[in-house]
Design a protein around this ligand. Structure first.
Ligand code: TZP
Ligand code: MG
Length: 213
């Protein structure tokens, strides 16, 4: 995939797993797609998360929904699951399997890496990341072990220091603050609760979409 194509897919990047949803995750994903999300990450994590075969089976269903809609399907952390489901990509954090070994195992898939400092961003580039996630930009309740809040300044700093890789902001992003994230240099926004936790999922995605175009 060309960098420009990936940048377009990153514009409204929806992340969720069953614990983030108050209704059937398959329905949540379908509604989010109707509202215009451009990329999806299956992140089955946290208290009460599905494991083993159940985790696999939900992943299979969500992948099918993405495939039908032409939306890339990315797996969080679990490289073996990504390979088993033939996902379009894998996203790893700093505490997960090293990005360069993931890159070797996955071959031609999209590799995303979470970064919090310039050094981590440079290493992600070196390891062959296709994009980086940067955050938390704002306070979040969706990640127990989140790093300290960075503000939009970190996005500006990365761009000033010649990090040219596609990047998305993450953490506490809503329709009210998404434009700041884009204006600070991100190609898109990654969102869990503002979409998965909305009463009207499609409407929430539509509202975010109008801010990132
Ligand atoms: N990584 C940094 S913040 C975060 C992750 C996975 C959670 C983002 O969730 P929300 O609900 O959009 O703040
Ligand atoms: Mg991780």
């Amino acid at each position: 995939m060309k960098q420009q194509e990936l940048e377009e897919y990153l514009s409204l990047y929806f992340i969720m797993g069953s614990v983030n949803c108050s209704q059937d995750p398959v329905e949540v994903l379908k509604q989010a797609i109707d509202g215009g999300i451009t990329l999806f990450q299956y992140r089955e994590k946290g208290e009460g998360a599905l494991q083993g075969n159940e985790k696999y089976r939900l992943g299979e269903k969500l992948k099918k929904v993405c495939l039908n809609a032409g939306i890339p399907f990315i797996i969080n952390d679990d490289v073996n699951l990504g390979i088993a489901l033939d996902a379009d990509g894998i996203h790893v954090g700093q505490d997960d399997e090293a990005a360069h070994t993931v890159q070797q195992k996955m071959g031609n898939k999209i590799l995303g890496v979470s970064t919090h400092t310039i050094a981590e961003a440079r290493k992600a580039v070196f390891d062959g990341a296709d994009y980086i996630g940067v955050g938390p930009i704002f306070p979040t309740r969706s990640k127990d072990d989140a790093n300290k809040v960075q503000g939009i300044q970190i996005l500006q700093q990365f761009r000033e220091q010649q990090i040219t890789l596609p990047m998305v902001g993450i953490g506490g992003i809503t329709a009210a603050n998404a434009k700041q994230v884009i204006d600070a240099g991100a190609n898109g926004v990654s969102v869990i609760s503002a979409i998965a936790g909305a009463d009207n999922v499609k409407q929430a995605a539509l509202q975010l979409k109008s801010k990132v175009l």
